[in-house]
Design a protein around this ligand. Structure first.
Ligand SMILES: [Zn+2]
Length: 263
């Protein structure tokens, strides 16, 4: 819908989202052609024809919505972009934890939001040996280690539990104890969970919608997340034997796992 299209109007209804928008944000985007759209971790990178990148992060509740040009606005539509061929793109964000910036292509790697970001799990530089290097010497529970965006860009709380379940490794293990073989298994599990989640349109637990307005469906495929006390889908342990999927709290956030399958 956007690649190769020119933005003919940008209606900026607020000066800020989570942070102030850059000076002249709407004016600087008006007239630009979007040449390519990429993603790195949770960041969206829209490459423009003036050698700048429009950087965006959805935050907690942000979403882009694609509509026809004369659609009516909803409350919390903070930015409205219109293309030359009459497509309207709204950025809707009730809680306003979203983020946008305009960055010169040459300065992208140094941008404060991107400089510390590790490899994206779907990119070439992410594998078991990368994880093994990052886990070396780290006396921290594995769940916390993979939530560090410098280790796995884009990892979130739900996908951390799901990935560790598929890799059959306990979230309570210290990162330093993970073997090379386990790190390779975990890297493959993370990649598989991300691919499956993207194919399902993401997880609509609260606010998430696809740009078409459709819900995501990955929440129906969670193996462990939100399933405390339920039967483990990965092994034959019965709920009567083991109590089923367990929920624990790590660093203030829920972790779900099977204590029999994940060691
Ligand atoms: Zn089990």
């Amino acid at each position: 819908v956007l690649v190769g299209r020119r933005l003919v109007s940008v209606e900026q209804r607020r000066a800020d989202l989570r942070f102030p928008l850059p000076d002249g944000f709407g004016d600087r985007l008006t007239g630009r052609v979007i040449k390519a759209i990429e993603r790195s971790g949770k960041y969206l990178l829209m490459r423009l024809d003036d050698d700048c990148v429009w950087l965006a992060h959805l935050g907690m509740s942000g979403r882009f919505r694609i509509e026809v040009a004369n659609a009516t606005s909803e409350t919390h539509d903070h930015l409205v972009f219109t293309t030359a061929d009459g497509v309207r793109l709204s950025f809707h964000d009730p809680r306003r934890f979203g983020f946008m910036d305009l960055v010169a292509t040459g300065g992208l790697a140094m941008h404060p939001m991107l400089a510390r970001l590790g490899p994206d799990p779907l990119g070439d530089s992410f594998d078991g040996s990368w994880l093994a290097k990052r886990f070396a010497g780290r006396i921290t529970p594995l769940k916390a280690a993979i939530l560090d965006q410098a280790v796995v860009a884009g990892m979130g709380n739900i996908y951390a539990s799901e990935s560790l379940f598929h890799a059959r490794i306990s979230p309570e293990r210290l990162a330093v104890t993970v073997t090379r073989a386990e790190a390779a298994r975990l890297a493959a599990a993370i990649r598989a969970v991300f691919l499956e989640a993207i194919a399902a349109g993401g997880s609509s637990l609260r606010d998430h919608r696809q740009p078409s307005g459709e819900l995501g469906f990955f929440q129906h495929r969670f193996a462990v997340y939100g399933r405390a006390g339920g039967a483990c889908p990965g092994c034959r342990c019965t709920v009567a034997e083991t109590g089923g999927i367990r929920r624990i709290v790590q660093a203030g956030r829920s972790t779900y796992f099977c204590a029999r399958r994940q060691r």
